[in-house]
Every structure is written in structure tokens, then in C-alpha cells.
Design a protein around this ligand. Structure first.
Ligand SMILES: [Zn+2]
Length: 246
């Protein structure tokens, strides 16, 4: 059975249909990451409702633009009070694509660091977003003492190697079916550090991703790496279970 270690189930409506469809396609767990206060609340509810769903709690760097200081601290308070419901802190990190000022970058950096402190204090792993900020993300993480999952990491080959050396985990998704350059870079990730994701409901080639697409990703990896689909399935699922303590 497969595990989608990174999606946003709370944005996939109706969630019930997405869960059923996943189970009937060989997915045993869906790990839904949060982006703001509202999505944390929804994800907790979904994890209570479905035995197949687990959640991560955290503030996404891009969502911070819409939040003032008071709202951020209220959301972080909520996060700390609800840690028993979550399997990791996520998704947190940096996204410099739309952070066009030093001030915005600084805000992302501060909130990311605060969440790393919460994770470390509570011995939780982190799920990290690092779009257009791969180098800075690795720099911040170098001070973090805990397990790291880099979601859809797309840095340079050097940065891939650096993260592999640190024994970070990587989750790869449908982008490797459509993007040769990304596929090639992900070949640097040992199978022991690899997990599957979809980032649903993100669109790929005009179609909204669904958690069960992890199977398509595994099939592509199997073909590329010349490893049986069974082996990809077993190892990525084992990695996910160890990482999220499932
Ligand atoms: Zn995401």
C-alpha cells in the first residue's frame, strides 16, 4: 500500500470522495499538511473523521503575507495546543517566489524558525517547503535538531547532494512525470530517503492532482530506476511510517 505524505486534503472537496478513491487505489494513509489556522482546524477534523488520514500542523510561508503579527501568534498558540493531533510540523519553510522584499523574507524566516523551535521542543519532525529558497532553507535547517522532510525540493544538484548527506528525506510528486530536469535531479536521492507525495489539489498538466496519484509517481520511479514497483512501494511506505511514527 502507498502513502501520500504531502497533500492538502482540506482543500479537496468533498474530502470523503478523495479518501474513498485513494483507498480503492491502494493508498493506506494520506498525510494532510496545513497552511494556516483555518486549514489546521479542518485537518484535525479530517484526521479524527478518517482512520486513513493524519495531519501536520503549521503555517505555510506564502500564507503569512495575509496575516498580521497578532494572527500569527494566535495561530502558533493553536498549533502548540493541538500537537497531540499532529504527526509533524508542516508545512513550514520559505517561499521567495512572491516574497519580493527583504521584509517579507525576514517575516518568513522568523516564523519558520519559531516553528522549528516548537518542533524541536516536542521532538517532532518537520515538513519543509522551499520554493525559490532552497539554499536559505537548508541554512535555517542546519540549526535544527530533528528529522527533516523536504517536500518538492527543487534546488541545484549540489543542494540535493548536501541534503542527502544530512540524511534529510525528500517527497517527490507528479512533477517528475512532467519535468525531465526535476526527474534527473531526484535520481540523486537514495530510495531509503524517498517518499511519495501529490501536493493535491495542485494542478499538473491541467488536471487537479488526487492523493492516489502517488501510484503514478511510483510507476515512473520504477521505470526510471529499474526497480520493481513493489520495492518502490515497500520502501517509500516504510520511510513514511518511520518518519511520521505511524
Ligand atoms: Zn503543500
Amino acid at each position: 500500500m502507498f502513502i501520500d505524505v504531502h497533500c492538502h486534503l482540506e482543500m479537496l472537496l468533498p474530502a470523503e470522495k478523495a479518501v474513498k478513491e485513494s483507498v480503492s487505489n491502494g493508498v493506506e494513509k494520506i498525510i494532510s499538511s496545513s497552511v494556516d489556522l483555518n486549514s489546521m482546524k479542518k485537518n484535525i477534523e479530517l484526521s479524527k473523521k478518517f482512520s486513513e488520514v493524519e495531519c501536520c500542523l503549521g503555517l505555510h510561508p506564502s500564507n503569512l503575507f495575509l496575516m498580521n503579527k497578532k494572527e500569527i501568534s494566535a495561530a502558533l498558540d493553536f498549533l502548540e495546543k493541538n500537537l497531540p493531533f499532529c504527526k509533524a510540523i508542516g508545512e513550514i519553510g520559505l517561499d521567495f517566489k512572491h516574497a519580493d522584499t527583504a521584509e517579507k523574507k525576514q517575516k518568513q524566516t522568523e516564523v519558520c524558525k519559531k516553528q522549528l523551535v516548537i518542533a524541536e521542543k516536542n521532538s517532532l519532525s518537520v515538513v519543509v517547503h522551499s520554493r525559490y529558497a532552497e539554499k536559505h532553507s537548508l541554512q535555517i535547517l542546519s540549526g535544527f535538531n530533528g528529522k527533516v522532510l523536504l517536500h518538492w525540493f527543487d534546488g541545484s544538484k549540489n543542494l540535493f547532494s548536501e541534503a542527502v548527506e544530512k540524511n534529510y528525506f525528500f517527497s517527490v510528486g507528479p512533477a517528475l512525470i512532467h519535468n525531465k530536469d526535476y526527474l534527473e535531479k531526484t535520481s540523486l536521492i537514495p530510495l531509503e530517503n524517498l517518499m511519495l507525495e501529490t501536493d493535491s489539489p495542485v494542478e499538473f498538466a491541467g488536471k487537479q492532482a488526487k492523493p492516489f496519484w502517488v501510484k503514478k509517481v511510483a510507476e515512473k520511479l520504477s521505470k526510471e530506476r529499474k526497480i520493481s514497483l513493489r520495492k518502490i512501494e515497500e520502501q517509500t511506505t516504510k520511510n513514511a511510517k518511520d518518519f511520521f511514527s505511524l
